[in-house]
Write a protein that binds this ligand. Structure first.
Ligand code: PMP
Length: 330
């Protein structure tokens, strides 16, 4: 019988899909690596699996133990699936800008969720970093994967995402573009692609305007899962040849185009990454193969990016475009 033993066996091996319409008229081939095909719906299943299995090997988590992690949701889902398979309890700490749908998903998998303010500094006692540290030290048998420092995060991409892209493009990939959150995706995938191509593949980060990776001060932006106000250990800036800053507005309008034009219902950081990829494509040649990684699906953002009122409140709907007439009866 063609039966998988568990969802864990379905992590990785995501498809590459050509972006036909949004990249129309541009010389290079532009393809998306669609990570919502992972069982937890995001790229983060990859790191969750590797971090937990490494912790088991090292004896950092034992049967009956608790996983405590600050996460914007996707890492939580990945960890919750792995934990459920292996019988661990999960407590997740999330910033308050995360959509309520994402929190409901975590709770549906049986995890406990603690919500913290986004506006306080990372060293403030109420920040999601501080709260998760406190919980990890007070809950007996707790283990904190710490996706911002755990080298299994970039290593999971070095071991899976990078080789998949190389094989799927038959070694023809010339540019790789990904948003930077923990930096694990771009660091691990980028390192592999650089090594296997003798440095030929260009590695380009996509960053929300205001985030430190593109020279900002960490001022607030609305795209979730990417950008930082600190420099995590999981990000190696030397891997990136370039970091492109993209505004919330451009990220979200591109996210909506991906759903309409490419039938890719994906999250806001995907719009951000594609906006950056198209800028790269504009200056690339016909033999170039540009791979852009789309971290998650769009269902967690229906009340925000895909909601006209929410978009209009922030001034993101451009009255000159078809976006303004999206809700009209024609
Ligand atoms: N997009 C989304 C929606 C995410 O949850 C994350 C992970 N924080 C990223 C992009 C960035 O990935 P990474 O942490 O590997 O840099």
């Amino acid at each position: 019988m063609r039966v998988y033993n568990s969802l864990i066996d379905l992590v990785g091996d995501t498809p590459l899909v050509r972006l036909n319409k949004v990249a129309a008229g541009l010389a290079p081939t532009v393809v998306a690596k669609v990570e919502y095909f992972n069982p937890g719906g995001s790229v983060k299943d990859r790191i969750a699996l590797r971090m937990v299995e490494d912790a088991e090997k090292k004896g950092l988590i034992k049967p009956g133990g608790t996983i405590v992690e600050p996460t914007s949701g996707n890492t939580g889902v990945g960890l919750a699936i792995v934990a459920a398979e292996k019988g661990y309890r999960c407590v997740f700490v999330c910033p308050d800008k995360v959509g309520s749908d994402k929190l409901s998903v975590l709770r549906a998998y049986g995890a406990e969720v603690v919500v913290c303010p986004t506006t306080v500094a990372p060293d403030h006692p109420e920040s999601y970093y501080s709260v998760s540290d406190r919980l990890a030290s007070t809950i007996p048998g707790a283990w904190k994967p710490d996706q911002y420092a755990n080298q299994n995060n970039p290593e999971s991409h070095y071991a899976t995402t990078g080789p998949e892209i190389w094989e799927q493009t038959e070694g023809r990939v010339t540019h790789f573009i990904a948003g930077i959150g923990t930096g694990g995706t771009i660091t691990g995938t980028g390192r592999y692609l650089k090594e296997v191509s003798n440095g030929a593949v260009r590695i380009i980060g996509a960053d929300p305007e205001g985030s430190v990776y593109s020279g900002g001060t960490g001022r607030p932006y609305l795209v979730e899962g990417v950008g930082e106000d600190i420099w995590p250990e999981t990000f190696d800036p030397d891997i990136c040849d370039e970091v492109i800053a993209v505004s919330d507005k451009e990220s979200f309008l591109m996210t909506r185009r991906l759903a309409k034009d490419e039938t890719l219902l994906v999250g806001g950081s995907c719009g951000l990454a594609v906006a950056a990829a198209l800028r790269v494509a504009e200056r690339a040649g016909p033999d170039d193969v540009i791979v852009v990684l789309l971290p998650d699906g769009g269902r967690g953002y229906l009340g925000k990016i895909f909601n006209d009122e929410w978009m209009a409140d922030y001034g993101f709907l451009n009255t000159e475009t078809e976006e303004a007439t999206a809700g009209d009866v024609l």
